[in-house]
Design a protein around this ligand. Structure first.
Ligand code: MG
Length: 157
């Protein structure tokens, strides 16, 4: 078995759609990034890459590469899931924490869970997502950014 951990943070800006866990969230601002800025899926990608000892998301999808501009992060995670399969490994479970002062993410939790599970080819029970606020403290608490962390357990197929 292999374990991996991932973390990501993106800045919230006007004029972009907000995507978290592969789900479009109704909010007037979105995450700045070369792709769609989905910190949840980026943290999961890094957790899997970490478990495989296969580097990080920046190495696999450099922000200097125009092919990845505006890419839905689900495509990045699908690519990582393929790498995982090529290594003869599968996801046992993934556990994500996402921290956003606003909007409230509870109404989207089930949809994010379903989407993450589908991208990884696991049952919804194997994909956990927990949402919290930063209690108004710091840049995340003041609504300048959103972060996510992920832990993933892999096993041989
Ligand atoms: Mg990122």
């Amino acid at each position: 078995m292999r374990i991996g951990h991932g973390y990501d943070l993106h800045r919230l800006v006007e004029g972009r759609g907000l995507f978290l866990g592969g789900v479009k969230i109704d909010y007037p601002r979105g995450l700045l990034g070369h792709s769609d800025g989905d910190v949840v899926l980026h943290a999961i990608c890094d957790a899997i890459l970490g478990a495989l000892g296969a580097g990080d998301i920046g190495q696999h999808f450099p922000d200097s590469d125009e092919r990845f501009r505006g890419t839905p992060s689900g495509e990045l995670l699908k690519h990582v899931a393929k790498l995982l399969l090529d290594e003869g490994m599968k996801v046992v479970n993934v556990d994500v924490t996402v921290c956003a002062e606003q909007p409230k993410l509870a109404p989207y939790r089930a949809a994010m869970r379903t989407r993450i599970a589908a991208l990884l080819g696991v049952a919804a029970e194997a994909a956990s997502i927990k949402a919290k606020t930063n209690e108004g403290v710091g840049p995340v608490g003041e609504g300048e950014a959103i972060w996510a962390t992920a832990v993933v357990l892999l096993d041989e197929v």
